[in-house]
Structure formats: structure tokens, C-alpha cells
Design a protein around this ligand. Structure first.
Ligand code: PLP
Length: 452
């Protein structure tokens, strides 16, 4: 067998429930705090931004949460997603390792993000919401919510981080195809955006700024809600459909991963693949090693502080305990836009603090090199974000070769890179560099963390 091998589940075996890791944690997640009183917030505090069904998922400790049938029906358009064995890549590396990848690029927007966009749109529609405001970094989340909004008949407004808006005009056209309105952020449409533009007219924008703009729009209208594409517990919950499928596919393959790898921006594709395997570790004594991979230029889990911080730059969100670089930290404009967030999902930070996962950081050029090697053997061009997972998977396969052991490696190919070819063009033209963040700026941002 020399070609890549596919492990396909039929539609009938689409998971019926999401997996909620909160049920299995050895210690509960630290509470979310009100930014003014510093007291734990309750479900009602979040009601202006989210429908109650999602808020209840946010705080749920039930292990299994049923996927509504209308959501499963949309999932079936592309799910279960394929699990591939990367035989050709293994041969090229001369490794005894068994490399598998879960391919989330088969979705309508080309990444894992519709796994949560679809249920979020469904629950909002069910609650009578008319419009959703959101932010997008690389454009993946905005594209996914645009698709989900069109399925359920919701108006969608997307604040897109300016550096990506300028780099990726096709993303905007994609969102408009699904009827969404896409605005460059910082924008003149919100008071926070106007404030940022007045201070820094040439601001590159950041996810933190775009989140503030979308929250401002949602908080200002009764029939508008807000949606986040990563970080929150309910988002990570929805993504576990991916890891649950992978567990069933490993049964088909008659194998089981020794190492699970995924890139982390806000933590959702990582959690989606890894949490069901962490659940197996916790409940059944499995010993799978779980690795989060982030960019050296935005090293939240490896260099950030585990502390209470705001989720946005404008300080409109509640305080959550997470690994953070500080909410004012502005990462350099590197090409994995989806990984440019200053914080991390509280659940991912928590399992990191509990020692249940490892974290590593890789520089941009080494990630593109890995992604290109992968493309040449597997025929899929990965998203720049996913290249971080590819890099770590290849490094792990090389370690297997050096140690002379065969481990099963599973990584999340969180999306394809067909909207990101400008990044590859820049790489081939020698224009990409290994940018580092500004140590001084990081120190300043960390010094500004709220006192709790
Ligand atoms: C958004 C995105 C990411 C990063 O977000 P997470 O919430 O950390 O998963 C990674 N890969 C792709 C393809 C993305 O679109």
C-alpha cells in the first residue's frame, strides 16, 4: 500500500452527542468573573450576548449533550470527515511511525469552524434572533458563520481584522456569496473602532479589537446577538464531533493514537480533536500524549501567564482565567491569522495547568516548509494555521525514526489553504521571515493584566 488510506464512517455513524470534558475534569474550571465586581457571573449576565441554550451549554457539566437533529442534518453535508493515513508522507520521511490526519477542510468553508457555526446559528434562530455580529481573523470564522446564517435565515455582520481583510479579498467575496456583510476592523461603525482609528489610523487590527466591535453591535440591539468562533466552552463542545468521529475511525483502522497533535489559536480545533482522547485518558487510563502547537510569534501557552484577563482589547468581555499575553498585546502580522489571539480557551488553559497536555511553539518558516512537504506527498495544501500541526507531526515522526520506534500519530488538518495562496506566494518569493514578538510590548501587556 503506497497511497494515502481513507477511513470513512458512513453518515449513519455521525455522532449523536457532543462530548463535554467538564464532566471528567479532576478539578472544576475557575469561574468567569464580572469585570466590575470581580464576582463570578451567572447565566443572566451573558443573556444580552448569547441565547440561553448556548449559555446553559457554557456552564454544563453533563458529559453527553445531544446534537439537535437539524444540526446533524447540516453536518451530514460533509460529515463524518475523512481520517487519512499518510502513507506517502511516512515513506518520504523513512519513518516507522503511523501518521494519521483528520481532514476538516472538506467543510463548506474549508475548515473545522462550521462545526460550531451551524449549531450557534441554529440555537440563535430557535431563540428568535434576527442578526448575529461577529469578528473574524483570517476569514475562516466569518465564512463559516456566513454559511450557517444562510442555512438558518439569519443576517450576519462580520468585523474582519484589517491585515487579513487586505491580504484575503476572496474571503470577503465568499462571505458576501452567503449574504453576509464584511467590514474591515477597526471600522468607523462602532465607537470603539472610531477610538482605535483616531489613536492609530494605520492600525493592522487584531482579534481583540474586532471582538470589541462585534460585542458593541450586539449589546446595542435586542434582536442582535454575538457569536464567537473559538475560546468559549460551548464552541469547544461543538467541535468534539471531530474527535468522537476520530475515535470511531481508529476502531475501523484497528489502531489507537499514541500522540494527538493540533494547532492552537483560541483552542477550538485542538479541543475538538483532543478532548475526547483526554476523556479516554482520564476515564480509561489510556496514555495518549496530547500536544498543542502555537506560533513562536504569538506564544500564548508556552510564554503567556495563566491569569484572569479580558477576552478583548476594549475590555467589554467578562474576565476569564486563561494563558494570556495581555489583552493589549499586538502580535506581528504573520501569515497564520487564525493564530493571532492574545488569549487561549479557558478549558485548554485549565487542562494545560493540570498537566494533561503539552505545548510547543514553532516558527513560521519551518511550518511552511512542513506544509509544502505534506502537500507534495498527500495532495492537500494546508491552511497556514494547520501547518503548525503538520510541523509537529513531522518532527514527531522523525523522532520515531531516530528512536527506532513506531508510534501512531494523529494530527488535525484543521483546514485547507486554498484561500491563503498569497501566503505561499510570499513564502516562495522569500518574503516571509521568522518574526518575533516585541519582548518589551509583551512585558507591558502583562503588566497591564487586571488585578483580581
Ligand atoms: C481559525 C482556525 C484555526 C485556529 O483556531 P482554533 O480555535 O485554535 O482552532 C486553526 N486552523 C484553521 C484552519 C482555522 O480556520
Amino acid at each position: 500500500m503506497s497511497d494515502r488510506v481513507k477511513f470513512l464512517l458512513d453518515e449513519a455513524r455521525l455522532p449523536t452527542h457532543w462530548y463535554n470534558i467538564a464532566a471528567d475534569l479532576p478539578e472544576p474550571l475557575p469561574p468567569v468573573l464580572h469585570p466590575g465586581t470581580k464576582q463570578p457571573i451567572g447565566p443572566d449576565d451573558l443573556a444580552p450576548l448569547f441565547p440561553m441554550s448556548l449559555i446553559l451549554q457554557e456552564v454544563s457539566t453533563e458529559r453527553e449533550i445531544e446534537i439537535p437533529e437539524p444540526v446533524r442534518d447540516v453536518y451530514r453535508q460533509w460529515r463524518p470527515s475523512p481520517l487519512y493515513r499518510a502513507r506517502r508522507l511516512e515513506q518520504a520521511l523513512g519513518t516507522p511511525a503511523r501518521i494519521y490526519y483528520k481532514y476538516e477542510g472538506v467543510s463548506p468553508s474549508g475548515s473545522h469552524k462550521p462545526n460550531t457555526a451551524v449549531p450557534q446559528a441554529f440555537y440563535n434562530k430557535e431563540a428568535g434572533v434576527r442578526k448575529i455580529a461577529t469578528e473574524t481573523g483570517a476569514g475562516q470564522w466569518g465564512s463559516s458563520l456566513a454559511f450557517a446564517g444562510s442555512v438558518f435565515g439569519l443576517e450576519v455582520q462580520v468585523f474582519m481584522v484589517r491585515v487579513s481583510y487586505d491580504q484575503k479579498p476572496y474571503r470577503r467575496a465568499f462571505m458576501e456569496t452567503f449574504g453576509a456583510r464584511c467590514v474591515s476592523s477597526p471600522s468607523l461603525e462602532t465607537s470603539f473602532g472610531r477610538q482605535v482609528l483616531a489613536a492609530t489610523p494605520d492600525s493592522n487590527g487584531s482579534l481583540g479589537i474586532a471582538i470589541s466591535e462585534a460585542v458593541e453591535v450586539a449589546a446595542g440591539s435586542d434582536e442582535t446577538k454575538y457569536a464567537l468562533g473559538s475560546v468559549l466552552n460551548h464552541v469547544l463542545l461543538h467541535q468534539t464531533v471531530c474527535g468522537r468521529e476520530a475515535l470511531a475511525q481508529f476502531d475501523l483502522a484497528d489502531d489507537y493514537p499514541d500522540v494527538v497533535i493540533a494547532c492552537t489559536g483560541g483552542g477550538s480545533n485542538f479541543a475538538g480533536l483532543a478532548f475526547p482522547f483526554i476523556g479516554e485518558n482520564l476515564r480509561h487510563g489510556r496514555g495518549t500524549r496530547i500536544v498543542a502547537v502555537e506560533p513562536v510569534a504569538c506564544p500564548t501557552l508556552t510564554r503567556g501567564r495563566y491569569a484572569y484577563d479580558f477576552g478583548d482589547t476594549g475590555h467589554m468581555t467578562p474576565l476569564v482565567k486563561m494563558h494570556t499575553l495581555g489583552s493589549t498585546f499586538m502580535p506581528p502580522g504573520f501569515h497564520a491569522g487564525g493564530l493571532r489571539y492574545h488569549g487561549m480557551a479557558p478549558l485548554v488553559s485549565h487542562v494545560r495547568a493540570l498537566g494533561l497536555i503539552d505545548a510547543v511553539a514553532h516558527p513560521q518558516l519551518a511550518c511552511f516548509e512542513a506544509g509544502i512537504l505534506f502537500a507534495r506527498h498527500e495532495g492537500i495544501v494546508p491552511a497556514p494555521e494547520a501547518n503548525h500541526a503538520v510541523r509537529e507531526a513531522i518532527d514527531e515522526a522523525i523522532r520515531c525514526r531516530e528512536e527506532g520506534v513506531s508510534r501512531a500519530i494523529l494530527f488535525n488538518l484543521s483546514g485547507h489553504g486554498y484561500f491563503d495562496m498569497q501566503a505561499y506566494t510570499d513564502y516562495f518569493a522569500g518574503k516571509l521571515t521568522d518574526q518575533s514578538y516585541d519582548e518589551q510590548e509583551l512585558a507591558t501587556a502583562l503588566a497591564g493584566l487586571p488585578a483580581v
